[in-house]
Write a protein that binds this ligand. Structure first.
Ligand code: PMP
Length: 394
């Protein structure tokens, strides 16, 4: 065996989990991603989706994607920089910038690529990136490519952030990067304090609104809008893959920042542009977000209902206040087993284990859509309660 294969063959964690019948990944969905999905010919309730507004199978979103494909074809055959810019990309960029309250924006092909490209290039060798320890992997990957000094602060801990700011050279750029809503734990960043510290230490702020868009703020404008701090946040990042029911992402900021990123972010320049269908679907989903605010209200009604029920039943749900509800288990294998047992009861939830979180912080991620019915919520919570109890977690 060659050295590489011999080394990699020692990695057998998936096979061990498969042999134990608790491997939870790559479950094969055979239907659209509604509140119910079909897996192995069987209907299960979906509580693992990020499509918070339930728009991925909305007729208007589908129609927009089909029409765009008919007009522009299936792909752009190149990057935005060269031959891959469509009129629809430019129109959506303008719209998204206005939507989140910034001067300009650029669209990337995924949200991951936004963070990767932006965080990697925006600060220089002598500058600093200050990041929350629970920031999304795409921010961390971007940082790994950056030449700047990287300073980690404790999750949402403002005295830890302040200590880090004190360590920085006051004359160098200091970029604070946080998730607006943390993707696994569902808690909201302490933006008012972050902005206050940024002002005190002359730092720049970037907020990842992946899970804030469509959920928080006026008509789903996100966490920055929710706190009334849009003008104090320098860079606002969003994805199309959650509330906007598509695939792609964007960064919005002032013209100076966007001009730089447009010509330096390598995941933007050296990767094919967002497909016509994805662009049109996100645009159509934005139309619905703006014209049907009752969807967001319904998402919050269901969120508050579930938060209350989970608390009443004794689940440990951490500091969440959003449609992302972590159900802490604090054991890798048990998290896999419970995911399997709940799935057998007809409920799809996502396991979150180490290294995504610390081994003592493993959890089941239960996420809501505006389109869930209360009957579905009750069914899922009852089954989760039964399985958690059977496995000795409650
Ligand atoms: N940021 C956060 C906080 C996320 O949760 C995700 C996706 N899970 C991304 C960025 C990446 O977005 P995308 O799926 O559009 O690549």
């Amino acid at each position: 065996m060659k050295l590489l294969q011999s080394k990699l063959s020692r990695y057998n964690a998936p096979q061990v989990a498969q042999a134990a019948g608790i491997y939870p990944y790559f479950r094969k969905i055979e239907s659209d991603q509604s509140t119910e999905v079909v897996i192995d010919g069987r209907k299960v309730l979906m509580f693992g989706s990020n499509a918070y507004l339930g728009l991925v199978n909305h007729p208007k979103v589908i129609e927009a994607a089909v029409k765009a494909t008919e007009k522009y074809g299936t792909g752009c055959a190149g990057s935005r920089f060269l031959n891959g810019t469509l009129d629809t990309h430019l129109a959506l960029e303008k719209r998204l910038a206005e939507f989140v309250g910034k001067e300009d924006a650029i669209i990337f092909s995924t949200g991951f690529q936004v963070n990767l490209g932006v965080v990697a290039c925006i600060t220089g060798r002598e500058d600093y990136i200050l990041w929350d320890e629970l920031d999304h992997a795409s921010i961390i990957e971007g940082m790994r490519l950056s030449f700047s000094n990287k300073l980690k602060f404790k999750h949402n801990d403002m005295s830890s952030l302040e200590k880090r700011l004190q360590q920085c050279d006051p004359d160098k750029v200091k970029l604070i990067v946080v998730d607006g809503v943390f993707s696994m734990e569902g808690d909201v960043c302490n933006l008012p304090e972050i902005v206050a510290l940024a002002k005190r230490y002359n730092a720049t702020v970037m907020v990842d609104e992946a899970h804030g868009l469509g959920v928080m703020g006026d008509h789903g404008r996100g966490v920055c809008n929710h706190f009334g701090l849009t003008d104090d946040v320098d860079l606002i990042m969003g994805t199309f893959s959650k509330s906007l029911a598509s695939l792609g992402g964007f960064i919005a900021a002032d013209k100076t920042i966007i001009n730089y990123l447009r010509h330096h972010a390598r995941s933007y320049i050296f990767s094919a542009s967002c497909t016509p269908a994805s662009t049109a679907a996100a645009d159509a989903a934005l139309d619905i977000m703006l014209s049907e605010p009752e969807r967001i209200q319904s998402l919050w009604d269901k969120t508050n209902y579930c938060l209350k029920r989970f608390r009443e039943q004794g689940f440990e749900i951490g500091h969440t206040s959003t449609p992302i509800i972590p159900l802490f288990i604090r054991d890798n294998d048990l998290t896999f087993k419970i995911t399997r047992d709940v799935f057998n009861e007809g409920v799809f939830v996502n396991p979150v284990v180490s290294p995504a979180v610390a081994p003592d912080d493993t959890l089941i991620r239960f996420s809501l859509m505006a389109t869930h019915t209360y009957e579905q919520l009750d069914y899922a919570i009852d089954k989760l309660y039964k399985v958690f109890k059977e496995n000795g977690v409650l």
